[in-house]
Design a protein around this ligand. Sequence first.
Ligand code: SF4
Length: 410
Amino acid sequence: MNESDADYLTQGLTAAGFTAVGDVDQADIAILVTCSVRQNAEQKAYGRFRELKGWKQSRPGRAIAMTGCMANREKDRLFERLPDLDYRFDMREYETFIQDLQGEYETDPAQTGGAVLQHGLTAYVPAIFGCNEVCSFCIVPFVRGTERSRPLTDVVEDVRRFALQGVREVTLLGQTINSYRDPGSGARLSQLLEAVGQVPGIWRVRFLTSHPRHVHDDLLFAIRDLPRVCEHLHLPFQSADDVILKQMRRRYTRDEYRAIISHARATIEDLSVSTDVIVGYPGETEEQFMLTLDLLEEIKFDVVHIQGFSPRPRTTAARQSDDVDSQEKKRRINVLLEAQRRIAEAANRRWLGRTVEVLVERTEASEFRGRSRQNRVVIGVAPLGAEVGSVRRVTIEQASAWQLKGRALN
Ligand code: SF4
């Protein structure tokens, strides 16, 4: 979501006559898009700010701005804490921030309103802001507000604009993307996927993040039947213990989660499934942790994102005692990572001898790198070269835990 915020901000600033520069030494303004999902994300933002202080002082007219979840949480207290900060704004009001900047800086009038940003091959497009779930550990509803779906036509329009800029793959974003409802027609995510998949130039459509409570058949059929929609579902389970799940207010049980995955896999051939897990939630015992390990072994996810519990201000979980110490959290993370490395390698080996479609992202000599529809990294060998942005078919000859490698068909 932060990458998408930064992207929209860059597009807005570029259209207002500013120029994005890759090197901060050439810049007049530095904007930090902050995260507050974990304590160390906030520390990183403060660290980056400290690094920028010298940069700001070395030339008059330079300014530092902050936005994102940490800026929303801290509000104007940030100015007391960081006297060198010039602007703080909520991404929901980024256009006002851009207008303020236009009053302060001279921009290129020839560019104003007409600039087209050169984009990469992939882009994130928000479809829902905020979240209506109230998971006990999560700060997102406090800093991003309640759920607001964007009109389907606005999302499709953004995708169309990205496609004209060279984007070939879009990922639709929302904290609970699968509860999407068009504010006017009530169209669901499955219909949004269909509309986005029809945009000329868009070859792949993905979406993040789904909540297990809102996985319905129309979505699974859309993944199965729509040719541009990739066979990938990111479905966090967080914990495999029913007591912890209840405390987390996730509103599903371990068995319900297992049933959703088996139904999804039975419906969609070659579905890849990734997930998020939290270890060391307050009170999590060794037995409860082992249930999480068991579920990993049973479901065999393609990718697992593992975090140690981090108490966040205003959340219910922050009022409980953070009683699993950081060493133990690290140990539990490592146990899961080791299991997942094995599982991912076995899962990748199943692709040996098969041919997959790869969107070419980078080329080097006679090799290219890209991702399969299942979001696996694939190295393709193509002696005659490959064009960035094209889709190539690759027969897989080697598989490790992290990537596949094979020969591209002509
Ligand atoms: S669904 Fe996700 S974003 Fe929403 S409260 Fe739960 S963890 Fe946070």
